[in-house]
Design a protein around this ligand. Structure first.
Ligand code: BEZ
Length: 385
């Protein structure tokens, strides 16, 4: 009897070899911006991620977590080298990053080639969960299209017919405008002008002069971090706020309100998180975050927290073995992620299917004033798992 049991155990061990040493720590490579216009977004993501790990006693999937960090500077030209350093030099088990779509696309290429698990906690590049999609590449945030589309629906409902768009000229801005245009024009509106400037420039005066001359019913803008602070202030400073209402996907006013002050007051945006949700899940999260960091959380902190939750779901299913990609992916795709934003699921191309809130700036908050789009899924074109 004893012999049979031993034989069964030995056979099981052979069938499912464990690919990491017993007791080995889980090395998480955090590739986020620590400098430049997106630096504060990187900090919030890291804070959120670490808060969840701390709530799990410092372990995910039964393995103690250790971090290796790299500042990606939101610089696509350095992205391949940076991610290769994490994988080849530092031997990380998984990678979490990043904010900028151009950097994330380079990361996804390397993750796909090496089979390393990658969780993207912000960058919305459609390619990452579209044509480049793979069983080891996940996103805890949004696709750029989703945020633009939800905002387009909301702006159309406010009765506007002619909108000008202003964004940085790179994948994120282009894809957000495309999503916005799709929803807005489907509802009978028209995008009459598409203005942009290179990332991360913040010389907005010429664009604002163009907006004033075009006289649209409103403006849709995508900027985030330091760039969003300056755009909202310059828009008000140019005297446009009173005559041409400013809208954006919520990056325009998230994590930025202290610096924007009254220039942001009243702005409507759409995003998958808002202040004042007042759910038990969000209240608990906000309290824990405020206690840990002496700061209020923003959407980026939530995305970081949920990246850790998704990683935990996958790692629990494979008992910490990051090489069991298919089982990991199946578990994440079957999960309901209990996020502070509200429960969301993961599509077959590994992107969140989630509600988008309509928010309005009241004082220092992006107050939820309703739902802009319910259970919105990215079309995820081209993904074959
Ligand atoms: C992006 O590059 O995908 C991005 C950056 C900041 C906020 C939202 C999206």
């Amino acid at each position: 009897m004893k012999l049979i049991r031993l034989t069964v155990l030995a056979a099981a061990a052979l069938a499912a070899p464990v690919t990491f040493a017993q007791g080995a720590k889980l090395k998480v490579g955090l590739m986020l911006p620590a400098t430049g216009t997106f630096a504060s977004l990187g900090t919030a993501i890291e804070n959120g991620f670490k808060l969840y790990v701390q709530e799990q006693g410092g372990k995910l999937g039964g393995r103690e977590v250790e971090f290796v960090k790299v500042d990606d500077e939101s610089e696509p030209a350095k992205a391949t080298d940076n991610v290769n350093k994490l994988i080849k030099r530092d031997n990380v088990d998984v990678i979490v990053g990043t904010v900028h779509s151009g950097v994330a696309m380079a990361m996804a290429r390397v993750a796909k080639d090496t089979g390393t698990i990658l969780i993207v906690p912000n960058a919305g590049a459609g390619a990452v969960t579209g044509p480049m999609c793979a069983p080891n590449i996940f996103r805890s945030s949004f696709s750029n299209w989703q945020t633009g589309y939800a905002t387009g629906e909301a702006v159309a409902k406010r009765g506007h017919k002619k909108i000008a768009t202003v964004t940085w000229k790179y994948a994120a801005g282009d894809e957000m405008v495309a999503g916005f245009k799709e929803a807005f024009e489907k509802a009978g509106g028209q995008v009459v002008k598409e203005l942009n400037l290179p990332f991360p420039n913040v010389e907005f005066q010429a664009l604002l002069t163009d907006v004033a001359a075009t006289k649209p019913d409103g403006v849709f803008a995508f900027f985030a971090g330091g760039g969003a602070v300056k755009f909202v202030k310059d828009y008000a400073g140019a005297g446009l706020k009173k005559t041409i209402p400013l809208y954006g996907n919520g990056f325009l006013t998230d994590g930025t309100l202290d610096a924007q002050g009254t220039d942001a007051e009243g702005i409507f945006t759409a995003l998958h998180y808002a202040d004042g949700l007042n759910t038990p899940r969000d209240n608990t999260f906000r309290l824990a975050y405020a206690k840990a960091y002496k700061l209020q959380p923003d959407v980026y902190a939530v995305q970081g927290y949920d990246a850790a939750q998704m990683l935990a779901v996958g790692l629990n299913a494979v008992k910490g073995d990051v090489k069991k990609i298919d089982e990991f992916a199946k578990a994440v795709q079957a999960a309901k992620i209990d996020s502070p934003r509200g429960v969301f699921t993961i599509s077959k191309s590994n992107n969140p299917v989630q509600d988008f809130y309509l928010r309005q700036v009241v004082g220092k908050e992006n107050k939820s004033v309703g739902i802009a789009s319910k259970a919105l899924a990215d079309p995820g074109r081209g993904c074959k798992l």
